[in-house]
Ligand binder design. Structure first.
Ligand SMILES: [Zn+2]
Length: 174
């Protein structure tokens, strides 16, 4: 009997490891739920990878020219890596040469929050996820038409889904 119990608990431990590897341990992640997410930093720390946590909750900045999304031209949608909120469409992405993925327009007004940022002796506007307030990057007014804006976003905090994949997920959830 004791032996049987032991093997059972071992199997459960193994299962848990697999789940965290596929990032299924983030209960707030959703590409369709628009309800606001408010968690403490301790709670975020448990469900985000250290890289995403550093950018999202500690306003970190990834090293320039390190994101695979910086030069990507794939067609699809960019989501918040912390909560799954849809942020940018690939057709509003442009090559700014600044070293971070750049967009000229968010998907909707509510997908982004704007906050004045006067840190490091600069006057900038910080952009945060409209659903979970994760730090995304900054917005500048030297972008291309039609908006003239440049949303300079850390690639670490972006989650990309190709157009076909997103459509499949959408239909599955109907
Ligand atoms: Zn978010």
């Amino acid at each position: 009997m004791a032996l049987a119990l032991q093997s059972c608990s071992q199997a459960q431990t193994a299962k848990k490891v697999t789940m965290s590897e596929t990032n299924k341990n983030n209960p707030v992640y959703s590409n369709s739920d628009s309800a606001k997410v408010e968690l403490s930093n301790d709670e975020w720390k448990k469900i985000l990878s250290p890289e995403v946590f550093h950018i999202a909750r500690q306003k970190g900045t990834e090293r320039p020219f390190t994101s695979k999304f910086e030069t990507s031209k794939e067609v699809g949608t960019y989501f918040c890596a912390a909560c799954g909120n849809s942020l940018f469409k690939s057709d509003t992405k442009f090559e700014s040469g600044c070293g971070w993925p750049s967009f000229y327009e968010p998907i909707s007004k509510g997908s982004i929050i704007y906050t004045p940022d006067n840190s490091y002796g600069m006057s900038r506007t910080e952009v945060q996820c409209g659903r979970c307030k994760a730090h995304l990057g900054h917005v500048f007014d030297d972008g291309p038409p039609p908006t003239g804006l440049r949303y300079c976003i850390n690639g670490v905090i972006l989650d990309f889904k190709k157009a076909e994949e997103a459509k499949k997920n959408y239909e599955k959830n109907q």
